[in-house]
Design a binder for this molecule. Sequence first.
Ligand SMILES: Nc1nc2c(c(=O)[nH]1)N[C@H]1C(S)=C(S)[C@@H](COP(=O)(O)O)O[C@H]1N2
Ligand SMILES: [Mo]
Length: 254
Amino acid sequence: MNPDDERAGPDERAHPEQPESRGTPVGRRVLLGTLGVGALGVLTAPTLQRGLESFLGTAADKDPTGLTGLLPNGGGFRYYSVASSVPRKDATGYRLTVDGLVDRPTTHTLAGLRALPQTRVVRDVQCVTGWRVPDTPFEGVRLSRLLDAAGVRPEARAVRFTCFDGAYSESLTLDQARRADVLVALRMRDEDLGHAHGGPVRLYVAPMYFYKSAKWLSGITLTDEVRPGYWEERGYDIDAWVGRSNGRDDEPTG
Ligand SMILES: Nc1nc2c(c(=O)[nH]1)N[C@H]1C(S)=C(S)[C@@H](COP(=O)(O)O)O[C@H]1N2
Ligand SMILES: [Mo]
């Protein structure tokens, strides 16, 4: 049995893009706190789930984060954006800056990124709640290559990612960022990344839950310590290894 299957059951984790909930992680934590462990114990899983859905349907109305991501994105993906509207960037207007604790701050165009060696990674896209898109090809430039080109200074320990949606951010330690399966992705499923999936350029952190893979990537900044990203400031794990984080203790499966 594929160990990933164990993650797809009714054991729901609070997660932003879950269409049934529309709740924030904070909202769900508050609910679980309110019910208490005893109440959870007597409810069957489906009953509990219905209860969560109706409660969180109400909670969504108070949602301060402007969540919008409930449109289907095709092929098993769920579209997700914390920004209500995101400008479109094409090959002419797109820029990616690498700055912070580097010797050579750099600005890349889309053509410049396409001209660099491309790496293909085929792994499962895994959401923290259980939706999963198996064997999804991503192609792009290894993040480590862009870091090396900019000349990371010895005092740098982490990387902060920012997005041209003006809202989202992410983070990795420098060691994580240098992994061979972390891409500045230009293509997904053998097509140029479309706007809905974070195109023209998104981050792809293959070994971690998909919230680490920042869409509409516009900035890579070397920092002296990890600065928690958008969802991490709202309760999600900074080290989001698939299977090992966000309350799970099973083995990572890549
Ligand atoms: N800029 C930005 N990147 C983001 C998000 C977002 O809201 N904004 N959501 C994250 C989450 S929680 C998920 S599951 C995936 C969704 O990617 P998709 O819309 O291509 O399915 O993007 C991640 N990257
Ligand atoms: Mo997600």
